[in-house]
Design a binder for this molecule. Structure first.
Ligand code: AMP
Length: 523
């Protein structure tokens, strides 16, 4: 082998020869000189046209031969997750090593897992990533439209141009989270199936994302020309309802929202429908001109009568409607529901009738005693209302031999609870007052009171779960405050926890305690 002839002393690739030395290469025969193998590469024989990458180093298809060989990046660092109902925000720091390249991006893999956090499968198309799932340039992503109460594992992969050549778990970091409950998405459209002078029959589709079983719908409506803050509410468990008692020839605005165990979703946008002015014409097939004439004349007369009746009835209605509305609007102040103290009722039974549904005792199956309340035993059991599915409930009983005052105090808790409607406030199913024992039926909270639950599971919760607990309680208390209700006894023993770790504020009997104890003071 002939040694290379030195042509020039300038530059590192300063040799020209028919063949390049080991450790050098010449990509094209027309290249004047041999070049030293770039960083992280080598040539083992003379006359190489390229250099081979060191073990663990690679070249992408578009990397020029003169570029050093590079490595995939290490995993992103410090991955932090933040769950907000059914959205998750992920944030991370850049990887420790970028592998010597400038084309670093991130890919996010979403897996939905079983209740034990295992048996995971790809999330599929329904999940939305913002700004995107793949080739992220920034260090964060928001993942939306996940399912409520579900375990998810997210992997964040750091990738560069040579990652496909050496994919490995060391380039990814993962986190497992559990989404919270979420209210249903808004109802998107409402149709008027039938319109008469006094009635509008509405129908709607369920929300796109129910996030649970829909327990009921709430229809809010008001006259278009009236103040929107003075509205009426109708609740129904079906997807249609007849809104009756409307004023003829008047435009009404309707909004519908759905409720699940997680609470109410947002109201739909406004949908406007106008009541009719005249009854549906009773004309024949159009061939009988006499019938037609009589009908037309009849309609005109009827219209005149209706208009005058309408003017009179509007005046009268203003009075009777105001009276009729007074009950309903008593607790509607500027569109916000305000709590009504049941003790302000002359007849406390009236407050119970107004705020708590009477349940037939035959619908309730008591199963076992789970606690002792101030007025008697607290049991778990089942409630099966006609046409509804059976649910687990807690049953508070009023022990035998009660005085009138004890009965009133016991039921006042139901009158208070029945005014609330929030995912973090214990939900009242109803009361049994027509037979004995008198009972208050509420939703069942599988994990009992928070203080005992935390003691029993000390150290087992993640910070995210604990913050979720706090967030729920705060949300419930904010709702009570918005309703102008002062709880006066917020304590872990008065928070109940369900199987999904959702915390709900309970025990609305504090006003009673203060009343009973003349020494008690509260600031
Ligand atoms: P209370 O009279 O509300 O203080 O209830 C007494 C005890 O009964 C509580 O400490 C709970 O352990 C239990 N309890 C009350 N309500 C419920 C409920 N809705 N679900 C499960 N346990 C309950």
């Amino acid at each position: 082998m002939s040694p290379p002839i030195k042509l020039s002393l300038k530059g590192k690739a300063s040799t020209v020869a028919n063949t390049c030395k080991i450790g050098y290469y010449r990509a094209l025969a027309t290249d004047g000189s041999c070049s030293k193998c770039p960083l992280n590469s080598y040539s083992t024989r003379e006359g190489s046209t390229s250099c081979v990458c060191d073990k663990g180093y690679f070249r992408s298809e578009t990397d020029p031969a003169s570029m050093p060989c590079t490595r995939p990046p290490s995993a992103p660092a410090h991955l932090i997750s933040n769950v907000n109902e059914t959205s998750v925000n992920l944030e991370w720091s850049p990887p420790r090593t970028t592998g010597g390249r400038q084309d670093l991006t991130y890919n996010v893999v979403c897996k939905r897992c079983g209740p034990d956090g295992r048996r995971c499968q790809a999330c599929g198309n329904g999940v939305h990533f913002s700004p995107q799932q793949l080739s992220l340039k920034g260090n964060k992503v928001s993942i939306n439209e996940l399912q409520a109460h579900t375990n998810y594992t997210f992997e964040v992969w750091a990738v560069n141009g040579v990652s496909p050549q050496s994919p490995g778990p060391e380039q990814a970091v993962s986190v497992t989270v559990t989404t919270n409950q979420a209210a249903p998405s808004p109802v998107s459209s409402i149709q008027a199936k039938d319109i008469t002078r006094h009635t509008i029959s509405l129908a709607w589709q369920p929300p796109d994302r129910a996030n649970g079983v829909i327990l009921e719908y709430e229809v809010k409506y008001y006259e278009k020309d009236q103040n929107e803050r003075s509205y009426r509410i109708i609740k129904t468990s079906s997807r249609n309802t007849d809104i009756k008692g409307l004023t003829p020839l008047t435009s009404y605005v309707f909004h519908v929202r759905a409720r699940t165990a997680a609470g109410y979703g947002e109201f739909s946008g406004p949908f406007e429908f106008m009541t009719n002015s005249v009854p549906a014409p009773i004309i024949g097939d159009g061939t009988n001109s006499t019938v037609l004439l009589v009908s037309v004349v009849g309609s005109v007369v009827l219209l005149l009568i209706l208009i005058s009746a309408f003017v009179i009835s509007r005046r009268r209605n203003k009075y009777s409607k105001a009276k009729q509305d007074s009950d309903e609007e008593k607790h509607l102040h500027q569109g916000v529901r305000i709590y009504v103290d049941p003790f302000t009722y002359e007849d406390p039974n009236q407050a119970v009738r107004e705020f708590a549904k009477e349940i037939d005792a035959s619908c309730i199956k008591i199963e076992k005693v789970i606690g002792i309340g101030e007025f008697g035993e607290v049991c778990s059991g089942r409630l099966k209302m006609p046409g509804k599915r059976e649910i687990c409930v807690a049953i508070k009983t009023l022990k035998a031999g009660y005085t009138d005052k004890q009965r009133r105090d016991f039921l006042s808790e139901a009158s208070i609870m029945g005014q609330f409607d929030h995912p973090n406030i214990i939900h009242l199913e109803g009361v049994v007052t027509k037979c004995k024992p008198v009972m208050i039926i509420t939703e069942y909270m599988e994990n009992g009171s928070l203080d005992a639950f935390l003691r029993k599971n000390d150290g087992r919760f993640t910070v995210i779960q604990l913050v979720g607990i706090l967030r729920g309680i705060a949300s419930g208390m904010k709702y009570l405050s918005d309703m102008s209700y002062v709880h006066r006894d917020l304590a872990a023993r008065n928070i109940l926890v369900n199987s999904n770790l959702v915390c709900k504020v309970s025990d609305f009997g504090m006003s009673r305690v203060l009343e009973d104890d003349p020494e008690a003071a509260y600031t």
